[in-house]
Design a protein around this ligand. Structure first.
Ligand code: ADP
Ligand code: ADP
Ligand code: ZN
Ligand code: ZN
Length: 789
């Protein structure tokens, strides 16, 4: 494809021109990106790829888009700071397709977010028998239904107003497919009276605010044990509708426990509530399949309408690959264009390696890579052109076998007239780029420069870390470790697993492989994690405050605070960001966040402390020798690598800190700044920081989910060294991996497949990497054989 698209068009109108970019570690760099071409950004992790692509180009595009809205609308939007760059022109609307989890709306499914459901709905409303009329009869997402279940009736002319306004959604579960059931024993202790503290809901103690409302409401005697309540009293306690009452002369609204909990706790995104409330919800509420619609989310009339014997619910429930075959057989001139669009969308799913999913799958249960690919399908179907698409490692979660299909889709987006920018490490994707930008030479302050710009042949010849590693091949180890024991998995059936029996060797490095959707996570997280004590290290967000950073998360701040306290004869607490020593304005965050309901908070530096986080008095205290002594704010601004040097010797010598810093460097995070907010880390970085922290544990078994995410080919070597050290210190390590260098380095491989979803779920190979290569009977074996040459 590179032939008919010259790598860099001569016409400068066809360029995105970046001049003087200085975001994060970027060193005042200039780059030209050809429009309507595919550009791949390479470089070590921490070299500045995201700072250039997301932090500069995409950020400026979004800021300019925001500026085009009326000032009224802008009032609701974050004021985005202009990225630190001198010139940025030629940019078009940027659409970021990343690995962040897709929205928290529990009604959102693979089908609803890709328009596949919208198309199916029209299809069923036109062709379904019995015929049920307008397309809204099949609607899943009706905005007038609020999360708490209140139904706003728009058009009262329909006889069954609320039913119609639900637009074909099941009225019982309101389109959720599940209903919550509350375990009453978790709400109160029936043996006690209210005054004795019968209510066991967090925040409902007898002397608290809610406790007093229930004791004083007058609907029941607060000194009678709940088990002795009459039915009417119990009904009032549990279910009474909001009613105005007066307690101790104060006007209040009384409402039964269940609706009250529903409003105050259950209507919120589970991830955003406090941990003790979350624990309560997990104890007290169970989700069961809705008895009315049997989980189909649809009202009766919509459930009963069929095409060719199939209802819309059946269509949403089957694997997309099967649905695509069914739609292929439909042929009706009344809906020909619709069928064409629906076929294109469904076949995109199959091509991108997601054919095993069903449209009804909640988006909240997709992995990062599956989510990114689902978002991609939405854009492939879009009519927009001349858009800049920005991808963050689109091959995450993809088996080598699936990468060529992902490549085809990237090229298709380009050929629709879009500019495609991709941050990626895999040689297969680098190989299809029209243009390459290699950042480096190192990471963090050692990176931030453009080391190479040009085409593949140029990069292959370039003397950069990426150029040198491009054709690097792992060799199979001459010898593998002997297992010290086995973990027996018997009759594993989670998700698609087909009664799997497998022995996982312990005391060695095990790689679990197979195409996306073959059942790797189901096997490992479902069966292994259930048995022994396991440290599972994944890429999910780290809970914590906005003040959390690598220093606080890893426990590094402890020895550092002590060292500062000792050197200055003051108390350690002064040096933590949540103490009296912290800047009172930003409370130690160094930045002020503007929280917005629908968008991620926006940070601007704290004007009071100038981003230093601490009170001026605290910054008087220093640690170290002479001129090289630093204050706590300067220490937090150091990278892990710099801090290693600083704490290793002289007056600042702090062995406890060095130990933690060494582990961070070990997992390839030497470039991270100690005080960088955890919220700014990528999924791969989060996983590595969790790993560095967990390495201190005495745990025996570690499970890692694609630890090479975000790692350059050169970083992978370092990761392997670290995994070796873990195993050699007597631990067992299981990695779910697609990276062939990791497979080649493993002592044992468990390969799942042969395909995805219903075509997977079986162990197709178990043995050493050399046996896998010799065997070649599985997809993984064939690809690994090619790789090790
Ligand atoms: P890459 O995408 O190549 O892995 P990044 O652009 O994410 O690299 O990071 C480049 C450097 O900038 C790293 O040293 C990183 O720690 C730092 N960095 C990234 N994001 C932030 C941030 N929000 N605040 C401070 N430093 C950051
Ligand atoms: P892998 O880890 O190999 O990519 P998974 O174990 O995630 O595969 O998935 C195996 C199968 O189980 C797939 O068909 C997937 O769609 C299905 N699956 C995984 N998680 C869920 C879930 N939470 N709900 C329903 N199906 C799931
Ligand atoms: Zn229902
Ligand atoms: Zn401040």
């Amino acid at each position: 494809q590179a032939d008919d698209h010259p790598a860099v068009p001569a016409d400068s109108h066809d360029l995105i021109r970046v001049r003087g970019a200085r975001v994060n570690n970027l060193k005042d760099i200039d780059v030209d990106l050809p429009k309507r071409r595919l550009t791949v950004f390479t470089g070590l992790s921490g070299s500045g790829k995201s700072s250039l692509v997301f932090g500069t180009v995409a950020a400026e595009s979004q800021r300019l888009i925001n500026e085009t809205y009326s000032s009224f609308v802008q009032g609701f939007m974050p004021t985005l700071a202009r990225p630190d760059v001198d010139v940025l022109d030629g940019i078009t609307t940027a659409i970021i397709v990343d690995q962040e989890r897709i929205g928290g709306n529990p009604r959102s499914t693979v089908g609803t977010i890709t328009d596949a459901n919208a198309m199916l709905r029209i299809l069923f409303s036109r062709l379904g028998e019995p015929h049920v009329g307008p397309s809204t009869a099949f609607s899943f997402n009706v905005p007038s239904v609020s999360g708490s279940g209140a139904i706003k009736v728009g058009d009262k002319k329909a006889t069954k107003a609320s039913f119609e306004s639900l637009g074909g959604m099941c009225p019982r579960c309101e389109g959720m497919g599940t209903v919550s059931e509350m375990d009453l024993t978790q709400l109160y202790d029936a043996e006690k009276s209210l005054n004795e503290g019968a209510l066991t809901i967090p925040g409902y103690s007898a002397d608290g605010w809610y406790g007093r409302i229930f004791s004083g409401c007058g609907y029941f005697d607060p000194d009678t044990p709940i088990k002795d309540f009459t039915d009417t009293e119990l009904d009032a306690l549990l279910y009474k509708e909001p009613t105005k009452i007066k307690v101790d002369g104060i006007n209040l609204t009384y409402e039964g426990l269940i609706p009250r909990i529903q409003k105050s706790m259950l209507s919120k995104d589970i991830d955003s509530v406090q941990p003790h409330i979350r624990a309560f919800i997990e104890r007290a509420v169970t989700q069961t399949v809705c008895p009315e619609c049997d989980g189909t989310r649809l009202a009766e009339h919509a459930r009963n309408s069929k095409i060719d014997g199939l209802s819309i619910a059946d269509a949403c429930r089957m694997p997309i690959v099967d649905l695509a075959a069914w739609v292929d057989r439909l042929d009706d001139p009344r809906v020909a264009p619709l069928l064409e669009n629906l076929r294109a969308t469904l076949s995109s799913f199959v091509e991108i390696g997601l054919g095993y999913l069903a449209l009804e799958r909640p988006t909240g249960t997709l992995s990062g890579g599956e989510g990114q690919r689902t978002k991609m399908i939405r854009h492939l179907g879009s009519a927009l052109t001349d858009v800049t698409y920005v991808f963050d490692e689109p091959t995450v979660g993809l088996h080598p076998h699936d990468i060529s299909r992902m490549n085809d889709l990237l090229l298709r987006l380009r050929d629709k007239g879009n500019t495609v920018l991709v941050v990626e490490h895999k040689p297969e994707v680098i190989a299809i780029a029209d243009h390459l930008v290699d950042l480096g030479p190192g990471a963090g302050t050692g990176g931030g420069q453009v080391c190479f710009e040009g085409d593949l042949a140029g990069l292959e010849a370039a003397d950069t870390v990426t150029g040198r590693h491009l054709h690097h091949r792992a060799v199979l180890k001459p010898q593998v470790r002997e297992a010290s024991g086995t973990l027996e998995i018997r009759d594993a059936c989670a998700n698609n697993l087909d009664h799997v029996d497998v022995d996982v060797p312990l005391g060695v490095l095990v790689a679990v492989t197979g195409v996306a959707g073959s059942g790797k996570s189901s096997l490992i997280h479902g069966s292994v994690s259930g048995q022994p004590e396991v440290v599972a290290i994944d890429q999910t967000a780290i809970r914590g405050s906005r003040r959390s950073n690598p220093a606080t998360y890893t426990g590094l701040l402890e020895p550092i605070r002590k060292a500062f306290a000792k050197a200055n004869g003051v108390k350690p607490a002064l040096f933590s960001a949540n103490s009296e020593g912290a800047c009172p304005v930003c409370k130690g965050a160094g930045v002020i966040y503007t929280d917005l309901v629908t968008m991620a908070g926006v940070a601007s530096p704290c004007e009071d402390c100038g981003g230093k986080r601490f009170r001026a008095e605290v910054l008087e205290y220093r640690l170290g020798d002479g001129d090289s002594a630093k204050d706590i704010s300067e220490v937090l601004a150091m990278t892990v690598e710099a801090a290693r040097g600083f704490f290793a010797e002289g007056a600042a010598r702090t062995p406890a800190a060095s130990k933690i810093l060494d582990r961070l460097a070990d997992v390839g995070l030497g470039y991270l700044t100690l005080g960088q907010p955890l919220t700014t880390l990528s999924g791969g970085e989060r996983q590595r920081i969790k790993l560095a922290t967990a390495m201190a544990d005495k745990a025996g078994l570690y499970v890692l989910d694609e630890p090479t995410t975000g790692l350059h080919l050169a970083d992978v070597d370092q990761l392997l060294g670290m995994l070796d050290r873990l195993v050699d210190s007597g631990r067992s390590v299981i990695v779910i991996e697609h990276h062939q260098a990791v497979m080649a380095h493993a002592d044992w491989i468990i390969d799942l497949g042969p395909g995805a979803g219903q075509d997977g779920g079986r162990v197709v190979f178990e043995g050493t990497p050399a046996e896998l290569v010799a065997d070649r009977s599985t997809l993984t074996g064939q690809h690994l054989a090619d790789y090790v040459g």
